[in-house]
Every structure is written in structure tokens, then in C-alpha cells.
Design a protein around this ligand. Structure first.
Ligand code: C5P
Length: 309
């Protein structure tokens, strides 16, 4: 064995974005989070995260969407790495993030990087953690980090971190309308509370009709079931999102919904060709900053490369 083989080579993990097919927001809990009933779907917009042994902890961010991502101790990918090292053995590492997921867009880009760092370092440090162990650390980092570890289509309860599988058939095609600038998740939840002040908010329960629609694999069945309790709050903070939703419907989307806490809008379309048409029409209309097309469900964070040093 050569000396260099004692240091494992960098590990690259590909991790998807998510869209909430249903996001029902319940009462505010004592810990500052809201009880959720949500159905997540992982979609094919990806960050690639490379973890490597290093002398000191560090993070770097690249790609056309890198602007606005913190490159200090606040970076969720780096926080994930340090938490895993505290919890299990592991030396300093560098986390290199290539962004393909919109930043602060309601698609869990930061959470995705945390999930990817956990999966990559599990391999780099040869920890041999199982899915449950990874998801437990993931839940400490953010409400939707566990889902980005598992991917697919899943129901989230608690504050979103408790997962149960959902039987979903088929592939769904999406067009995502990116907005200028991000929205702060805590601010959107606070606006949701403000808009609902004085009303009794029930404990949220996932809708059986959505589950039934997902079993058909038919986007026409899924379209009327897409719903997001944070949508009025996101539109209240960004009224122009209402125009984007109207434009997408006018140009042929089956349905449109604010993704998570926004401001990205997710449009469900009939098939790949319809997605191309909608993306072209939205781009030409000038109402959106940019568009992305993706299909779902896809797998969660997974290793795509390990250099054999
Ligand atoms: O868990 P995560 O870091 O994504 O949450 C960011 C913020 O979003 C929380 O600090 C909280 O303000 C809000 N949030 C919430 N209820 C949830 C999830 C998030 O109020 N279930």
C-alpha cells in the first residue's frame, strides 16, 4: 500500500432540490417552529458537493447561482460537516459546493448542501452510518435536511423532519420560475402568522386526495391538489409573484404553486414538451428572472464520485 492511499480521496455527492406538493402549516409551537403536514418531492435540479480532508475547516461555493451563499461558519454544508465531526470522529474537511439549486428560493438549497455534506463525509470518514443515523443528525440542521438525504416523494410531519414514504407512480415535469432575490423563511412564516392572527389554526392533516392523485401517476390528477399555506404570505411580501402565477397558467401550466417559502414558483406541466414550451413563453414574457426545468421524483443525496488516491 502506498502512503497516499491512507488519505481517502475527495468524495462528490449530488443532491437534488425539493418542491412541496402540499404544505399545510399548523399552529406555532413553543420552540418557534410550526407543526407541518407536507408532501415533499425531490426534483432534478442539483448541487454537487465535494468533501475532502483538509488542514483546516473551510467551504467554497461556485456556479452561476453562487451569489448570496455564505462562505463562513453560517454555511449549512460546513455546519453539517462540523456537527458530524463532533458527533462521530472526523478531522477537518473542506466542503466545495457547486450550486445548481436557486439560493433562498424555497427549494431547500442550503438544506441540500447539509444533506450532501453528511452523506459525503460518512463515506470519506468511513463511518458506515445507516439512513436513520444520518437523518437524525440531519434533523438537527434543518427541518427539511432529512428529506434531502432520502429524496423521492415523502410525507413530512412534526416540523417537517419526520418522514414517511409515499407511494407515487410516474414522473412529473416541472418548470420553476426564479424570482429576483430570495425570501427569508422565518419572515415568510412570520407573515403567515400575521395574516392568520385571530383565527384558530387547526393541527394540519395531509390530504387523502393528494395521496390518491400520486398513485395515479397522472399530472392532471395531481394539478388540483397542489397547495401551500405559505403562498398568501409569500405573495403578501412579494405581490409580483401573483403575476408570475397568472402568466404561467396563461401559458399552459396545469397548476402553479409557490415552492416552500418562495419566491420560486413551481409550475406542473403535462410532459417534457409542454415544459419546454412554458419555459420559452415565460422567458419571452419578461415576468421572471430565469426559468429551470426539472422532473421528479429523483433520488436523494448520493455519491457520484470518489477519487481513488
Ligand atoms: O428548519 P429550518 O432551518 O429550515 O427553519 C428555518 C426557519 O423557518 C425557522 O427558524 C422557523 O422560523 C421557520 N420554520 C417554522 N416551522 C417549520 C419549519 C421552519 O416556523 N416547521
Amino acid at each position: 500500500m502506498t502512503a497516499s492511499r491512507l488519505v481517502p480521496g475527495p468524495v462528490t455527492v449530488r443532491v437534488p432540490a425539493k418542491v412541496n406538493l402540499e404544505l399545510l402549516v399548523g399552529p406555532l409551537r413553543d420552540d418557534g417552529f410550526h407543526t407541518l403536514a407536507t408532501v415533499y418531492q425531490a426534483v432534478g435540479l442539483y448541487d454537487d458537493v465535494t468533501v475532502a480532508a483538509a488542514d483546516t475547516w473551510g467551504v467554497s461555493v461556485s456556479g452561476a447561482l453562487a451569489a448570496g451563499v455564505p462562505t463562513d461558519a453560517d454555511n449549512l454544508g460546513l455546519r453539517a460537516a462540523r456537527l458530524l465531526a463532533d458527533r462521530y470522529a472526523g478531522g477537518p474537511a473542506h466542503v466545495g459546493i457547486r450550486k445548481g439549486i436557486p439560493v433562498a428560493g424555497g427549494m431547500a438549497g442550503g438544506s441540500a448542501d447539509a444533506a450532501a455534506a453528511l452523506v459525503g463525509l460518512d463515506q470519506l470518514w468511513d463511518l458506515g452510518l445507516d439512513r436513520d443515523e444520518l437523518e437524525e443528525v440531519a434533523a438537527e440542521l434543518g427541518s427539511d435536511v432529512p428529506f434531502l438525504v432520502s429524496g423521492g416523494t415523502a410525507m413530512g410531519s412534526g416540523r417537517g423532519e419526520r418522514l414517511a414514504p409515499v407511494l407515487a407512480r410516474g414522473t412529473y415535469h416541472w418548470v420553476f420560475a426564479l424570482a429576483e432575490g430570495g425570501l427569508s423563511t422565518p419572515e415568510v412564516y412570520a407573515e403567515c402568522d400575521r395574516l392568520r392572527a385571530g383565527t384558530v389554526v387547526p393541527e394540519p392533516v395531509a390530504t387523502p386526495a393528494l395521496m390518491a392523485a400520486l398513485r395515479t401517476g397522472d399530472p392532471h390528477e395531481l394539478a388540483p391538489q397542489l397547495t401551500n399555506d405559505l403562498q398568501p404570505a409569500a405573495i403578501s411580501l412579494r405581490p409580483e409573484l401573483g403575476e408570475t402565477l397568472d402568466a404561467g397558467m396563461e401559458y399552459g401550466a396545469l397548476a402553479g404553486v409557490v415552492s416552500g417559502s418562495g419566491p420560486t414558483i413551481a409550475f406542473l406541466v403535462e410532459n417534457n414538451e409542454a415544459g419546454i414550451d412554458l419555459a420559452v413563453a415565460l422567458t419571452a414574457s419578461g415576468v421572471v428572472r430565469d426559468v429551470r426545468r426539472a422532473a421528479g421524483p429523483v433520488h436523494g443525496a448520493h455519491v457520484i464520485h470518489q477519487r481513488a488516491d
